[in-house]
Write a protein of this length. Structure first.
Length: 193
């Protein structure tokens, strides 16, 4: 189940996320729930609340891939996410949220240089969700982008041609591939205690 905003370009992101989810789990029944934002509430939260408050059984898994700086989101909205996720978990729903494109600089999205310090994705910072992220794809490093990606999106916003080999992060603070690409020494994995 995907929760999304209900207007472009957010529709394009939600469609792409649903496409990735269906590629990863081709037999899964994926439903994208969408609601328009109000002046005070993100449409994805409204969609989630509608699903967990419905008289029918909610989906077993909900996934949200949007991000918002905790400070910008504000205390009341942060509490709303915490409450909705807590209710979802109590009803047996697993809530997965993107860790965020900006990593620890969640308040500095889409800028060349972080200036606001550490700021987690507000949608991913409750004890009731699983924050998901941290996989490297080797396509750019190995100069094989054209093997896995279309040069332009399809009419349904698709861009992937085929499965992209991933390189899971190791136990250090940076993946071996990205370290090598940037010219840093190979990271040393953590030693067991």
């Amino acid at each position: 189940m995907r929760c999304s905003r209900r207007f472009a370009p957010n529709d394009a992101e939600a469609i792409l996320d649903a496409e990735w989810a269906s590629a990863a789990a081709p037999s899964a029944a994926i439903v994208m729930a969408a609601c328009a934002d109000t002046t005070t509430t993100f449409g994805g939260l409204i969609a989630m609340q509608n699903l967990i408050n419905a008289s029918t059984t909610p989906p077993a898994i909900m996934s949200i891939s949007y991000g918002q700086c905790e400070t910008v989101n504000g205390a009341a909205a942060n509490a709303s996410y915490n409450s909705a996720y807590q209710q979802a978990v109590a009803e047996g729903v697993s809530v997965f949220v993107a860790a965020g494109d900006s990593g620890a600089a969640g308040c500095d999205n889409s800028v060349a240089q972080a200036t606001h310090g550490i700021g987690a994705n507000a949608f991913a910072s409750t004890p009731y969700n699983v924050a998901v992220g941290g996989t490297d794809f080797s396509d750019t490093y190995s100069n094989s982008n054209s093997t896995y990606w279309n040069s332009t999106d399809t009419s349904t916003f698709g861009s992937a041609i085929s499965y992209i080999p991933e390189i899971p992060w190791n136990d250090s603070c940076a993946g071996a591939l990205i370290s090598q690409y940037l010219g840093y020494p190979q990271p040393t994995p953590k030693q067991p205690l």
